[in-house]
Write a protein that binds this ligand. Structure first.
Ligand code: FE
Length: 211
């Protein structure tokens, strides 16, 4: 859905119960991890390696390859924009939090930005673990109230003529931004192109990297 919430509007069910800092999921998870390590049930290095794998290998590259392929294959791009779920199924891409995905293409006059205003809904299996700022209350609020100023602060200065469309993720729908192909990338192959597609570009807080 295109974003239309204002401050004070009611929030829906994918909001989580408001919990005090001392019992936040992060704190409880860390306490549990420490306990499991202490008992010898899990190995800290292995947990760290798993997180590392999610952050650097698994997630962003899966999404980046989809974007790179859509840059060189117009028919694939059309299918990805029309029915990402079918494309993911055809490509054998599954996993956490991508039950329903919509891809939004940037254009010279339109920039797409993804947020979850209420918690941290995010396409894990395409992008890996969400960055901590994605879950911050500041990002969630400012992406809606003042996206242009937020993006400028994050290093993306968009002209006033560019319309910013903010997409609010939910437990039902996750969004992926299809950034524009950067100039000077004409002779690059799929793998090289994918290396230009950053996690931030697919959230919409950056453009694809220039070659
Ligand atoms: Fe959410």
């Amino acid at each position: 859905m295109l974003f239309a919430l204002r401050e004070g509007d009611a929030v829906n069910e994918h909001s989580r119960p408001n919990q005090g800092a001392a019992s936040s999921p992060e704190v409880r998870t860390e306490a549990l991890e420490d306990l499991l390590i202490e008992k010898g049930l899990i190995d800290k290095a292995r947990v760290d390696a798993l997180i590392e794998r999610f952050e650097h290998d698994l997630g962003p590259l899966v999404g980046a390859k989809l974007i790179a392929r859509s840059w060189i294959d117009p028919e694939f791009k059309t299918r990805l924009l029309a029915d990402a779920d079918q494309v993911l199924q055809d490509e054998g891409i599954g996993g956490a939090e991508i039950e329903h995905v919509e891809v939004k293409a940037n254009q010279p006059s339109i920039h797409n930005l993804v947020v979850c205003t209420l918690c941290s809904c995010y396409p894990w299996a395409l992008l890996g673990l969400p960055p901590s700022w994605y879950k911050s209350s500041e990002y969630r609020a400012r992406a809606v109230r003042e996206p242009r100023s937020l993006l400028r602060q994050m290093g993306l200065d968009l002209s006033e003529e560019v319309e910013i469309r903010v997409w609010d993720s939910s437990s039902e729908t996750r969004f992926l931004v299809l950034p524009e192909r950067p100039a000077g990338s004409d002779n690059m192959d799929l793998e090289a192109l994918a290396s230009l597609v950053t996690r931030d570009a697919m959230i919409g807080v950056a453009k694809a990297t220039n070659p």
